[in-house]
Design a protein around this ligand. Structure first.
Ligand code: GDP
Length: 365
């Protein structure tokens, strides 16, 4: 399963946020494909479309889709040199598909900052630099191997060397790989390198209890936003402490608490949705009287593989997909009426599933 790793310096609020994630936690029985591990938190993806479909279909059960956050502890300065838990930290990051980087934007005299003062940009740079140095190391090793081949006029080697040199230059200027402009061919070459700084990043600005509504006036948050914009990354503002409290509530109670706080959606729900989209994931639905359910696929997945997310038999015996777009179904008011209006399509093996498709699969067993 795809996963987002939560990273950050000590004392920035990672554990508090991760607690909120596991407490809000999805029932793992519903999600047998998810990892069972104390460092992995399974979250349900909030989706108002699922509520609407439930109203339309009145099923016995509604199941949201879910994905994983992994708590990655142990970043320290010097990680790239194998200091502390350094190597372990880097190998954990290698395994995740995207990074949620928690930064401290709250002042609190009682909570020590590892570097003595609250400065989110310096914090971000400490961690990013460790990842950049690790990548620089991989790229230099690769260059020494590819250089010889490039000299003997090997075309692929020449193309790869060009990319490697661009990356090395970025790393030497302390810039991540994701900030380097590459054409499609070069992107493909880089994909195979599994660089740490190529992974998409979401910065999570952790503010104080009373700072949530006025986050945009918080100069620390503003700095994080500027920094993130410079590398095309997104920023989510949360108060980890409040999220921990919210995560103990459900339904009506949760809605009331959010209203009291004056916010529409919890920071955690925003984080979940942002991370989902950062991972390049999209959602399709199945909507029967037994169960209305959301399923996760990577963008660009074709119908048989999308069916395979439900069950491998669905993929193996795939015949056809009966598809109606969410908006069309809601507009028609029922599946039967959507069919009458000609909004239900029969799609074959090559069909690329779109976000929001409501699908009924036909398959041989
Ligand atoms: P970690 O080392 O990054 O996992 O940080 P923790 O989650 O353990 O948090 C460090 C300390 O900061 C704990 O005492 C938390 O209660 C506190 N903390 C976390 N988030 C907030 C916050 O939003 N506001 C305040 N005032 N304290 C927080």
């Amino acid at each position: 399963a795809l996963t987002t790793g939560i990273v950050g310096l000590p004392n920035v609020g990672k554990s508090t946020l991760f607690n909120a994630i596991t407490q809000a936690g999805a029932e793992s029985a519903n999600y047998p494909f998810c990892t069972i591990d104390p460092n992995v938190g399974i979250v349900e993806v909030p989706d108002p479309r699922l509520t609407k479909l439930t109203e339309l279909v009145q099923p016995k059960k509604t199941v949201p889709t879910a994905f994983e956050f992994t708590d990655i502890a142990g970043i320290v300065e010097g990680a790239s040199k194998g200091e502390g838990l350094g190597n372990k930290f880097l190998s954990h990051i290698r395994q995740v598909d995207a990074i949620s980087h928690v930064v401290r934007c709250f002042e609190d005299e009682n909570i020590t900052h590892v570097s003595g003062s609250v400065n989110p940009i310096r914090d971000i740079e400490v961690i990013n630099l460790e990842l950049i140095l690790a990548d620089l190391d991989s790229v230099e090793k690769r260059i020494s191997r590819v250089e010889k081949l490039a000299k003997s006029k090997d075309k692929e080697a020449i193309a790869e060397l060009e990319v490697l040199v661009l990356l090395r230059e970025a790393f030497e200027n302390e810039k991540p790989a994701r900030s380097v402009e590459l054409n499609d061919e070069q992107k493909k070459i880089v994909q195979g390198m599994h660089l740490l700084t190529m992974k998409p990043v979401l910065y999570v600005a952790n503010v104080n209890e009373d700072g949530l509504l006025v986050a945009d006036d918080n100069p620390l948050v503003q700095k994080v936003r500027e920094f993130a914009a410079g590398e095309n990354s997104e920023v989510i503002v949360v108060c980890a402490k409040i999220e921990e409290e919210i995560s103990e509530l459900e339904g009506e109670e949760k809605a009331m608490f959010l209203e009291e706080l004056g916010i529409q959606e919890s920071g955690l729900d925003q984080l979940i949705r942002a991370a989902y989209s950062l991972l390049g994931l999209s959602t399709y639905f199945t909507a029967g009287v037994q169960e209305v359910r959301a399923w996760t696929i990577r963008k660009g997945t074709k119908a048989p593989q999308a069916a395979g997310v439900i069950h491998t038999d669905f993929e193996r015996g795939f015949i056809r997909a009966e598809v109606v777009a969410y908006d069309d179904l809601v507009e028609a008011g029922s599946h039967a009426q959507a069919k009458e209006k000609g909004k239900v399509r029969l799609e074959g093996k090559e069909y690329v599933v779109a976000d929001g498709d409501v699908i009924h699969f036909r398959f041989n067993v």
